[in-house]
Design a protein around this ligand. Structure first.
Ligand SMILES: Nc1ncnc2c1ncn2[C@@H]1O[C@H](COP(=O)(O)OP(=O)(O)OP(=O)(O)O)[C@@H](O)[C@H]1O
Ligand SMILES: [Mg+2]
Length: 244
């Protein structure tokens, strides 16, 4: 039996990868047989050997010592840093839902836990074909997997968080909790969290601090490992995940 969770965001760049890496680090260092999964990654880098490197997958795999081939955990990899539906057109690589599901199912056969990361926000188009648009939330519905929402605490986050939660609920997707990221401990961020708490009945799983990556400061990856160990409990994460 495999259990899973989809890490979705209120927007692109809110910290879905950082959160996924933290969660995967905690799970795998406790000995849980967990993998990462990303259906479509945009903005991959080219390394000095001319290999395409999906940066999200690289960070999560490095932090959690996951040895799986990037091609197995990342169904589609695009260089262009735009929405997958558009990157796929620009790079002439058609996205096929069955291919995404095949990759996901092969991971299910090999791992006990899947931590999947969304692309962009919950309303991210994956495929645009004729007059139809297949969105990230369609995939999440089809995979029948619950979500954890990553949000920030900056000004504007009340609006983004509440709208995303309402939309997820309306879709009938099970939302298991909120993770706030890049918290700088200001009075208005504390108030944002408080208001969101009052207006939703969704558990706040963790609040990750902003990690300073200025020169001379400890590397992001090391700090993230330490922060995650303090904030995430492997057993509680396993509890939140559902059979997929
Ligand atoms: N807590 C944090 N402290 C400092 N920097 C952070 C923190 N969380 C995220 N970042 C930085 O913000 C950027 C975006 O984070 P991340 O890549 O995790 O976002 P994302 O939601 O996964 O984006 P995408 O939609 O591209 O997948 C990265 O450069 C990351 O290093
Ligand atoms: Mg990411």
């Amino acid at each position: 039996m495999t259990k899973g969770i989809y890490i979705v965001g209120t927007d692109t760049d809110v910290g879905k990868t950082v959160v996924s890496a933290g969660i995967m680090h905690v799970l795998r260092s406790k000995g849980y047989n967990a993998t990462y999964f990303k259906a479509a990654l945009s903005g991959a880098l080219i390394d000095k050997n001319n290999n395409i490197v999906p940066e999200d997958t690289r960070l999560v795999s490095t932090l959690s010592n996951l040895k799986e081939d990037y091609q197995n955990t990342t169904a589609y990899i695009f260089k262009t840093a735009v929405s997958p539906h558009l990157a796929s057109k620009i790079e002439n690589i058609e996205i096929n839902v069955e291919h995404i599901k095949e990759k996901f199912n092969s991971l299910k056969n090999k791992y006990d836990y899947i931590v999947a990361e969304g692309s962009g926000g919950i309303c991210c188009p994956l495929i645009e074909k004729e007059n139809k648009v297949y969105m990230l939330y369609h995939l999440i519905k089809e995979l029948n997997i619950p979500v954890l929402l990553v949000s920030t605490t900056k000004v504007g986050s009340i609006n983004h968080t509440l709208l995303t939660i309402e939309f997820i609920k309306k879709l009938g997707i099970n939302i298991k909790g909120i993770i706030f990221n890049s918290f700088k401990n200001t009075f208005y961020e504390k108030d944002n969290i408080n208001i969101i708490k009052k207006l939703t009945n969704i558990p706040i799983i963790a609040t990750l601090p902003f990690i300073d990556t200025a020169p001379g400061v400890q590397k992001m990856e090391e700090s993230l490992k330490q922060v995650s160990k303090k904030l995430f409990q492997a057993e509680s994460l396993i509890e939140i995940m559902e059979k997929i």
